[in-house]
Design a binder for this molecule. Structure first.
Ligand code: SF4
Length: 253
């Protein structure tokens, strides 16, 4: 078994104290945080809105096109209390919990519930490889479905599709025609359109070799648009807006 798989198995079986909602032990609850930043939401139907991002460190996956490889290794422990204080000090009402894979740290549920209780709209960006059942139902889950070219499609927890709520969203990051056909088949066979707020098809943004995990060739947005139109597929083409506004390698945006 790979070392990273062993590590995550240990992490998931030995979480730090976890009490949904915080309770009197919230000062004991910690999360490993990579960065907190205020930017423009660049993905999902919330695109274009100012948003406060909380990026958790660590991820058990290694998608070939990953653009946040630095989150695997860089992170510091923070108490839930200190995170809530920092987030609520910002008047922005839209908060995204992202990663890495935020649901890999079980204590994240305490943070999510505390922020929802405080009146924030909370988006959860997740890989699809972790069970979403424990997520507070008031949060908006943006669920990735990993395509074959990601190299991680076998990690998908398929029951997450059965747990979608009407306000959740599903996202496919598409690298090739094969990925597109996979995404189209899952969308149709699982009847995703109409079951959730949006089905997002997002072309892989070209990565420079060596800067991320393996590097990945991009897929032209126009090509993906033409495939969607040819099939009259009622999905939403998504371009990562933050990579249009800023240099794609810029962190903290
Ligand atoms: S799930 Fe997300 S953070 Fe993890 S490797 Fe894949 S793209 Fe990167």
């Amino acid at each position: 078994m790979e070392v990273r798989v062993l590590f995550w198995a240990f992490w998931l079986d030995h979480p730090l104290p976890s009490l949904k909602g915080g309770g009197n032990f919230s000062f004991l609850m910690t999360l490993r945080i990579n960065e907190i930043f205020f930017s423009i939401q660049g993905e999902s139907t919330w695109t274009g809105l100012p948003c406060l991002f909380v990026r958790l460190a660590g991820c058990p996956l290694r998608c070939i096109y990953c653009d946040t490889g630095y989150a695997f290794r860089e992170g510091s422990p923070r108490t839930i209390d200190s995170l809530v204080d920092e987030v609520l000090a910002n008047p922005c009402l839209l908060v995204e919990i992202t990663g890495g894979e935020p649901l890999a740290q079980r204590n994240v549920h305490g943070l999510i519930t505390r922020l929802l209780d405080a009146g924030r709209t909370v988006l959860i960006e997740t890989s699809g490889a972790i069970d979403t059942e424990p997520v507070d139902p008031r949060a908006h889950v943006i669920l990735d479905i990993k395509t074959p070219d990601s190299g991680e499609s076998e990690r998908m927890v398929w029951k997450n599709l059965d747990q979608l709520r009407p306000h959740d969203e599903v996202k496919f990051v598409i690298a090739s025609r094969g990925d597109y056909e996979f995404a189209r088949a899952v969308t149709q066979e699982r009847n995703l359109i109409g079951r959730c707020r949006a089905v997002l098809f997002s072309p892989v943004h070209e990565q420079k070799q060596g800067l991320e995990i393996l590097g990945a060739a991009g897929l032209a947005p126009r090509q993906l648009a033409e495939w969607i139109l040819e099939d009259r597929l009622a999905v939403r083409l998504q371009i990562q807006l933050h990579k249009v506004i800023w240099d794609p390698q810029t962190r903290g945006v």
